[in-house]
Design a protein around this ligand. Structure first.
Ligand code: NAD
Length: 372
């Protein structure tokens, strides 16, 4: 793999390879773009088949975080870390404290959090070595589980889709097929049930889906049948890549709006297919940004209520994405990317207009020194 070519192709600022033989620690921290603020993104722990796979994952995921933060209107950049190891067997205090020291070494250019394979407990160890960590337990002053904020943002985004399609944002009596009955889906279904939507819920754990269905007066659906439900909205809240060649012809919904990450198997191909089929797709990273909004508020010491208020703004973000897609005649995922890129460019520009105060004081200091 030509590492620099890969880094340049995806326009990353910095990639840090970290290693400590004694604590059997190997990780890659990828910082994609810090124009809007420090790069924030979780640390994923995974048994990668090769170092190349680990690097590719870090580069891909960190770039995604730049777009997510930008379109959510946050003053954060995109970053991600991958820790190479087995999350079921290789975790210990020394490993995560080693990781914490590498994060500290970046002096705030990168802020870490939990992700697939890492937990709030692991972040407690990281926090012993650095303050640049977020997603801390509520009991310890953090924002805790981000799922309620994510779910509220998805709910708002879904209403924006309905407004676009029908002229009314009401979800009353609308049929919604929900894939997954986990954290995000549970909170989301409560909002939807309260508004009078008709829910169809599935999960690979039948008892989980049935329990949620009972709480929200919904119907349980077998996991294989969720794509065939005669629904107004398909709401993926489980896995990625579920919009693909096999599922697209089966979907009857005119809206896809859900919390799952990386919903389109092939962004370009399936994004175009959705546009052709006139299915309104709320880009995943824009509609599920509530989780990031939640941790961003934790960083600034704001309460949960402020995060919810900001997540309400996902309604307007989704409407703006649809307006851009219509205007430019492009798929919605592309419109979302464009909005993110425009924000980075315009804010980057204004940040260059005047030197910041600290920069200015620093320069005066230099002058004094020269005079002296
Ligand atoms: P979760 O693990 O609590 O729930 C996921 C559920 O999906 C589980 O109950 C699991 O059994 C079920 N599932 C797995 N495979 C399935 C399948 N083939 N068919 C049906 N159900 C299946 O996770 P979560 O926190 O609710 O997150 C859900 C999705 O949203 C994930 O893609 C996650 O990356 C994304 N997301 C979550 C947040 C958040 O704040 N939690 C934020 C942004 C994005």
């Amino acid at each position: 793999m030509d590492i620099f070519k890969e880094i340049e192709r995806r326009e990353h600022e910095q990639v840090v390879f970290c290693s400590d033989k004694q604590s059997k620690f190997r990780a890659i921290i990828a910082i994609h773009n810090t124009t809007l603020g420090p790069a924030l993104g979780g640390a994923r722990m995974w048994m990668y088949a090769s170092d190349q796979d680990a690097l590719t994952d870090a580069l891909r995921l960190s770039r995604g975080m730049t777009y997510k933060a930008a379109v959510a209107g946050l003053n954060l950049g995109g970053g991600k870390a991958v820790i190479i190891g087995d999350p079921n067997n290789d975790k210990n205090e020394a490993l995560f404290r080693t990781y914490g020291r590498f994060v500290e070494g970046l002096a705030g250019r990168y802020i870490t959090a939990e992700d697939v394979g890492t937990s709030v407990q692991d972040m407690e160890w990281v926090r012993m070595e650095t303050k640049y960590v977020t997603g801390i337990d509520r009991a310890l002053g953090g924002s805790g589980d981000p799922s309620p904020v994510t779910a509220f943002g998805v709910y708002q985004g879904m209403k924006a889709c309905m407004k676009e399609l029908t002229g009314s944002e009401s979800l009353k009596a609308k049929k919604i097929a929900v894939q997954g009955a986990g954290h995000v889906a549970s909170y989301l279904c409560e909002h939807l049930a309260k508004e009078g939507a008709k829910l169809f819920i599935t999960d690979i754990y039948e008892e989980k889906a049935s329990a949620l269905a009972a709480r929200t007066k919904a119907k349980y659906i077998h996991p294989d049948k969720i794509y065939d439900v005669d629904a107004d909205v398909f709401c993926p809240c489980a896995l990625g890549a579920i919009v693909n060649d096999d599922t697209l012809p089966r979907l009857k919904a005119q809206i896809i709006a859900g919390g799952a990450n990386n919903q389109l198997k092939d962004e370009k191909k399936h994004g175009q297919m959705l546009m052709k089929k006139k299915i309104l797709y709320a880009p995943d990273y824009a509609i599920n940004a509530g989780g990031l909004i939640s941790v961003a508020n934790e960083l600034e010491g704001y309460p949960h209520e402020r995060a919810l208020k900001q997540a309400e703004g996902i309604y307007d973000t989704i409407r703006r994405i649809f307006a851009t897609a219509k205007q430019e005649n492009i798929p919605t995922y592309e419109a979302s990317d464009r909005l993110a890129e425009q924000r980075i460019e315009s804010i980057g520009h204004i940040r260059n207009l005047y030197a910041g105060k600290s920069e200015f004081v620093g320069r005066l200091g230099e002058l004094d020194h020269m005079k002296g």
